[in-house]
Design a protein around this ligand. Structure first.
Ligand SMILES: [Zn+2]
Length: 407
């Protein structure tokens, strides 16, 4: 396999998680007994541009074909994150009624609604019909297409170059990152700004976040590598911020290469920090599998120990992270009775691979498990707070990553 960015041969493995079904391939009562499609789940690292990337074995559309669609607006934390972002951008880049804001992967309009309210023209790009429809009902124009160079050039030809292009948690999920970045260049107005948010590879390595690996998550990005991808597409990164979302993310600010704005100290400092931590040498990647295996083994030991002791264990949060962890650990419903999730679209279904049933959170009151494993560790305190009544009844909360902890 060759690197998706620079075409160098890939020989360094970050982590090999065996095989797993796509993380959003939830099963119903009917499909539970049918064979499931498993794909290898492995992350390789390019020793030239240091892009960490999933194995290239399957077509992207096969992964995104599921009936289930994630609606960004179901998370209140994410909604306020979006509102704060919009406010900051409007002020920093002096956006007004003559500006244009484009969001790639605009989902249900969770972000663009803030620009709409401020009477700043906006355009969403979103291929998923169910979410696009929600945004359109709010009055946000949406192009139901995948973004790339062809669409970027079409927007430019139609006079729709943007003053601000936003991409929140889309960049790491793009199969052809070069084509996508060239599209950003084409769709950006001269003097305009691109912001992208993505989980930071440095934090994944630091906190052994191997459960953030899943098939649809194609790239695991550092500032160093993103800067190289931007430069190859005629762009450059001029500023960066660290965010606490998804266990540690970066928000990068990009512009055309000939833009007058100079590179901030934050960019220089972060590049130095990544280098100091060894992100451009093999060792940090070579030692990761052992650390991931320890997390997996500790969880499994915990579940077996509790089963033998006659204690009941359930989980909270039926998202991608949980699927990766449970499938790698080989957990089945005998070790983990059920998982609760607030999204009605998932309730009554089963986790892919592990076949753990997904139930509404209100069953916790009657079933009162002895232990509740919070799978999305990034929202552990929020989950704990929402279920404080359960703690009073004796349930103990557990997180498994970066180490097994009763929290
Ligand atoms: Zn490369």
């Amino acid at each position: 396999m060759k690197c998706r960015h620079c075409q160098a041969e890939l020989a360094l493995t970050l982590v090999d998680l065996g095989s797993a079904p796509p993380s959003n391939a939830y099963l119903t009562e009917q499909t539970l007994s049918a064979p499931e499609k498993y794909f290898p789940l492995r992350v390789l690292v390019c020793t030239d541009c240091w892009l960490a990337q999933t194995d290239d074995y399957t077509q992207a559309d096969e992964l995104f074909d599921a009936d289930y669609a994630y609606f960004s607006s179901t998370s209140t934390g994410w909604l306020s994150h979006a509102a704060r972002y919009a406010e900051k951008m409007i002020e920093q880049f002096k956006l007004d009624k003559d500006s244009l804001v484009i969001e790639v992967a605009s989902n249900d309009g969770y972000l663009l609604q803030n620009f709409l309210r401020a009477e700043i023209p906006c355009l969403g790009i979103e291929p998923t019909a169910s979410t696009a429809l929600v945004a359109e009902k709010m009055g946000i124009p949406v192009l139901r297409e995948f973004f790339g160079e062809a669409l970027g050039k079409k927007l430019a030809a139609d006079g729709k170059q943007a003053d601000l292009i936003a991409g929140n948690n889309v960049y790491a999920h793009v199969p052809d990152i070069n084509d996508f970045t060239r599209g950003l260049n084409a769709a950006l107005k001269p003097g305009g700004t691109i912001t992208l948010e993505f989980p930071h590879l440095m934090r994944l390595l630091e906190h052994t976040q191997f459960d953030t690996v899943y098939h649809e998550h194609f790239s695991y990005l550092s500032l160093y590598t993103v800067s190289r991808i931007f430069e190859a597409a005629g762009l450059r990164v001029f500023d960066v911020e660290e965010l606490s979302t998804h266990g540690g993310s970066l928000r990068i600010y990009g512009c055309h290469q000939d833009d007058a704005r100079s590179i901030t100290q934050a960019v220089t400092d972060m590049l130095a920090e990544e280098s100091r931590r060894g992100l451009q040498s093999s060792e940090i990647y070579e030692t990761f599998q052992v650390r991931a295996d320890k997390v997996k083994d500790d969880l499994l030991s915990f579940l077996i120990e509790k089963k033998r002791a006659g204690s009941s264990v359930a989980a909270y949060g039926a998202a991608a992270k949980g699927n990766t962890l449970l499938n790698y650990a080989g957990v089945k419903p005998d070790l983990l009775a059920f998982v609760c999730d607030a999204a009605p679209a998932k309730q009554g279904k089963y986790m892919p691979g592990s076949h753990v049933p997904i139930l509404a959170p209100n069953v916790l009151e009657t079933r009162r498990p002895d232990y509740l494993v919070i799978l999305p560790w990034n929202i552990a305190s929020e989950v704990k707070q929402q279920n404080s009544g359960l703690a009073a009844l004796g349930t103990k909360f557990v997180t498994a990553v970066p180490r097994l902890e009763i929290v």
